[in-house]
Design a protein around this ligand. Structure first.
Ligand code: FES
Ligand code: FES
Length: 191
């Protein structure tokens, strides 16, 4: 029994949440400015796919478990299904469509092709964005669960380190060995 006089009324219907109108925002995606007018509840993933029609970024779980929706925001990888588009007004977003440069694939894209780092390809855009960010994180001496206080250079990345740092990106085809091989080949070229 509640201590005070408050009683719960099971028949009470809470007020419907008030309508929140679309908001104007600017997303810089792959170097191009996009002026959008969207409801604040729209995720960055849905804004990319449904509003700007950049469908390279994939929706796997829509709940932060698979990494298929990974994009870079100001160079940092995030799950775009777990964040709202309105939170990124004015930020620089890179999707898989923005990795290539002047018609040439990004070295990581080339390595995935050379090493057969995919089968169906559904997870690949997220894997690529994660792998590109991974190398920058190591260059900035960011730790992983395995780093144990060492400041690793990219050339010192073990396969276990690569696996740990890519553990947020699942591949239901099980292309993991060749994904690690692809990342390792880029690491070796940059060492
Ligand atoms: S779709 Fe975002 S983590 Fe799976
Ligand atoms: S290549 Fe099919 S899910 Fe990864």
């Amino acid at each position: 029994m509640p201590q005070d006089d408050q009683t719960l009324d099971a028949t009470a219907v809470p007020d419907a949440p008030s309508y929140v109108p679309p908001q104007a925002l600017t997303l810089r995606i792959n170097g191009a400015e996009h002026q959008l007018n969207i409801e604040p509840r729209v995720t960055l993933l849905d804004a990319l796919r449904e509003v700007t029609h950049l469908t390279g970024t994939k929706k796997g779980c829509d709940r932060g478990q698979c990494g298929a929706c990974t994009v870079l925001v100001d160079g940092q990888r995030i799950n775009s299904c777990l964040t709202l588009a309105v939170m990124h007004d004015g930020r620089e977003i890179t999707t898989v469509e923005g990795l290539a440069h002047e018609g040439e694939p990004h070295p990581m894209q080339q390595a995935f092709m050379d090493c057969d780092g995919f089968q169906c390809g559904y997870c690949t855009p997220g894997q690529l964005c994660s792998a590109v960010a991974l190398l920058d994180e190591v260059k900035q001496h960011q730790a992983s669960a395995l780093t144990e206080g060492q400041q690793l250079e990219p050339g010192q990345l073990s396969d276990d380190e690569i696996r740990e740092r890519m553990s947020g990106n699942l591949c239901r085809c099980g292309a993991y060995p060749n994904i690690v091989k692809a990342i390792r080949s880029v690491v070796l070229r940059q060492a």
